[in-house]
Design a protein around this ligand. Sequence first.
Ligand code: SF4
Length: 405
Amino acid sequence: MARSSVSLDQLRDYVYCSMLYYWKDVVGIRGEKAPRTTLELASESVRQAWRIYADRPDTRMAEAVMMVWRTWLAREGVDGDDVLKGLAGYAQAMASILQGFESGRVRKADGSRYKQPRMSRQFTKIARSSGVPALAGELDRKLLPALRAVKVDHPLFGPYSVADAFTDSLRMAERLGTPAEAPQREAILAVEAKVQVRVGGWVLPAVADMLVIDDAGETPPSVFVEVHDYEFGSAPLARTVGRDLRLIAAVHMEPLEGGNLSFGAVSGVTYRHIRSGWTHRRRMAPGGRLTHVLEAALRGIQEGVYVPMFLTDLSRCETCLMKTPCFNPGGLDALEALAPGLASRAQAVGESVRVVAAGLSAGERKQLFGVLRRLAEELASRDGLTSDLPGAVAVMGRALQPVGA
Ligand code: SF4
């Protein structure tokens, strides 16, 4: 189905894996119906903390994150102080274990350092002996039902508890809290601002993670758009960040028509990798070849072009929420996975032909079929014949034949 608008989140899904977009936004298997995962708790608490950070002049990001967790617990009637003490104890114990690895005090048998301490046996051994897994289990029993969250595996180091989410949210906040990294609070114009992106005849509803005033002397002020990336692992290379379609879309952002928020030109984009605290700021102008890539992705969405990631790279599929429909345990539906939508489109065409044919006389059916055949020949002579059109014409022809002819 042709679409005239698409959100930035949908665009990101489409570029990540077009099948992910297909299942979520075409078939309608909505992620939000699923309960929150423990992995989402960490990033969600930091997202919410940005608002508090922007609104309260004396609040550090780590304090803002604590306030978010306290609010969540209070809303669910959990004894906040007691539980927060447990969570803070877990975070402290984890920090001190990790500190041993990061300082080089704990090393491999050959004397080298661990690159991913949390994935090592040594880490598991030390953590067990200090009792942190037992504490995490105890907190999970209380907090998973209260927060309506499900425990999932971290893509790098396995089972991920609520206490791990709390610990990571604090670590992220601390990395963002250093003066060099934090955006100037007084310059923040809006957090999670509803905006629109105008590109190539498309208008996309989008959310700007943050708008930071660049030149307050202009009316309305020009802004830098912040793109907040909560992806796991280390920060991307600076030279690849500029190719992120979210950054390209960001320079095409403008205030929502009829909305309350007003800002002028977008002077550039600040990319923020939240888990590492790494930022990359660049002045950018609309236009350029990557704008065409953005338009090509939008065209792909409009034309229903889907290429499953599992054909080339299974690693993304392992942690994908849409693993179940893609790898249907009852047997992969080849039509749906490799040509998504074809099964339902074929059914719709068959049904339409039946309806049209029912109202036609034998002479009209013959005439219509003749016109269709001529149309296919004409398209073929102009290189405009799609490979499945002859098949479709044959199906129409059969359906238009009088019964028994
Ligand atoms: S399981 Fe793989 S192919 Fe399917 S939507 Fe997820 S990433 Fe794409």
